[in-house]
Design a binder for this molecule. Structure first.
Ligand SMILES: Nc1nc2c(ncn2[C@@H]2O[C@H](COP(=O)(O)OP(=O)(O)OP(=O)(O)O)[C@@H](O)[C@H]2O)c(=O)[nH]1
Ligand SMILES: [Mg+2]
Length: 259
């Protein structure tokens, strides 16, 4: 090596220090979409309860259903999302939601549905079978159903019931958005680890899905959930947002969805 040539190390020391920012800049248009979606969801109003599929509201328009094992946090999530304490009744007693509950979102053709929790131990076996059949009926045959929000307690993901729901969703190519609920029960490290593991499992199932951490208690993940729901329910924004052209926001690709 030439006597005067500077070593790599010295060169690095002499180079002006560059500041590298790891901060992810949020896109103002996307943030605005999430905020508007949340405001829209706050218009939720109770429509009706049905004990079975053929007594549900007319199968027209669009709806998104919340499903999950009993006690997974469905009713709490709906209340947090709509910013209404008692819209869907949450309970310390599992098995509280025993009907298919419909909520309108601004108009009766855009709906949110709270499905009965599955697996409540105190329900007799025969009753569980009836409910399972009703759920299957609803998921397979409901034409207005645009997607499923599947809630799983982050401490017990992918139980038998969840796999059954995912199979039904797959059989009719239904989009599934997964919430790992009660994320406040875990520290951030273990929570992210579970998120990654569940995502890997789901990728193997070739489903069309997205997944996120969620906590009704801490209001974690509300905006993300609201945006997904608005997208699925064909909620169109008021296009006169301050200088933002919504049409310029690139459409999500399958990769984004599975990220
Ligand atoms: N720590 C914590 N607890 C929660 C959260 N969400 C719900 N819970 C609690 O979990 C219990 C069950 O919540 P629900 O929302 O009633 O659950 P569900 O899925 O609607 O239950 P079913 O109606 O039986 O199907 C209640 O005691 C809630 O307070 C959360 O994000 N964090
Ligand atoms: Mg409930």
């Amino acid at each position: 090596m030439h006597r005067y040539a500077k070593s790599k190390d010295t060169k690095a020391k002499l180079a002006p220090k560059q500041k590298i920012s790891y901060e992810k800049k949020s896109d103002p248009a996307i943030t605005e979409y999430a905020t508007q979606s949340l405001n829209w969801l706050r218009k939720a109003e109770f429509l009706m309860s049905a004990p079975k599929l053929n007594l549900c509201v007319e199968d027209s328009g669009y709806e998104i259903a919340f499903a999950g094992r009993s006690n997974a946090g469905k009713s709490s999530a709906i209340n947090a999302l709509t910013n209404q304490r008692q819209l869907a009744r949450a309970s310390k007693k599992p098995g509280r939601t025993q009907m298919i509950n419909f909520f309108s979102l601004g108009n009766p053709d855009q709906r949110l549905v709270d499905l009965p929790g599955y697996g409540y131990a105190a329900v007799p076996e025969a009753m569980k079978i009836v409910w399972q059949k009703e759920l299957e009926n609803y998921l397979i045959h409901r034409q207005s159903l645009q997607g499923l929000v599947l809630l799983m307690d982050i401490r017990h993901p992918l139980q038998h019931f969840d796999l059954m729901m995912l199979e039904w969703a797959y059989s009719r190519k239904l989009f599934v958005h997964i919430l790992l609920t009660k994320a406040d029960k875990l520290n951030r490290g273990p929570a992210n680890k579970t998120l990654l593991e569940v995502k890997q499992q789901l990728k193997k199932m070739k489903l069309s899905f997205s997944i996120q951490l969620f906590s009704s208690l801490n209001k974690l993940g509300l905006e993300e959930l609201a945006s997904v729901m608005a997208g699925r329910l064909n909620y169109t924004l008021n296009k006169n947002l301050d200088g933002i052209d919504i049409d310029q926001i690139p459409l999500a690709t399958e990769d984004d969805v599975n990220e």
